[in-house]
Design a protein around this ligand. Structure first.
Ligand SMILES: [Zn+2]
Length: 180
């Protein structure tokens, strides 16, 4: 017997057809007109079960951070780990650079992975805690090197290359994640 699709049913006065959407990575939401019977809806959804299970399976292979909105709750949940990670990796890479920084701060930002101020504060998005380690390291080294060069000149990139010879590939991989 075929596996049943679990779903949340929403009724909508405006909808004219039954519509299936997948929210997050595992919630199946079915929107249906008020007048369509539950039997009809269920039959329709179950007839699409191959497609639904295939979609759900695909979603499981994507990294976690792609499902995170910048919510306050997620920030509270991950900021401590992000700070520990940033502190430890900054100290590690700074054995090579020997720059001085004053403060590490973890922020809840929508579109930035990190920043570095002239006064010596290095900030990171809490989502670095959710990235694969090699990408988190790239962001950490990038911001650390801004203490030496406050720009993206060739001097800056040669600093980065000291500890990350393959930074071009890493930068490209990170650009695919929708933040700068
Ligand atoms: Zn930069």
């Amino acid at each position: 017997m075929q596996q049943q699709v679990p779903y949340v049913l929403r009724r909508s006065a405006r909808s004219r057809n039954i519509r299936i959407t997948i929210r997050g990575r595992d919630e199946v939401v079915v929107t249906a007109p008020r007048t369509t019977s539950e039997v009809t809806i269920d039959r329709f959804v179950q007839s699409k079960s191959d497609w639904i299970f295939h979609k759900l399976e695909q979603l499981q292979t994507l990294p976690d951070h792609m499902f995170l909105k910048s919510s306050k709750k997620d920030f509270e949940l991950h900021k401590k780990v992000a700070l520990e990670l940033a502190s430890a990796r900054l100290a590690f890479f700074n054995e090579t650079y020997r720059f001085s920084y004053k403060k590490i701060s973890i922020r809840n930002q929508k579109s930035r992975w990190g920043s570095c101020s002239k006064t010596g504060t290095i900030s990171f998005n809490y989502k670095i805690a959710l990235l694969p380690p090699h990408l988190a390291d790239y962001i950490i080294v990038h911001e650390l090197c801004h203490l030496g060069e406050m720009n993206h000149s060739s001097k800056f990139w040669s600093l980065v290359a000291k500890t990350m010879p393959d930074y071009v590939r890493l930068r490209r991989e990170l650009n695919g994640k929708g933040m700068r």
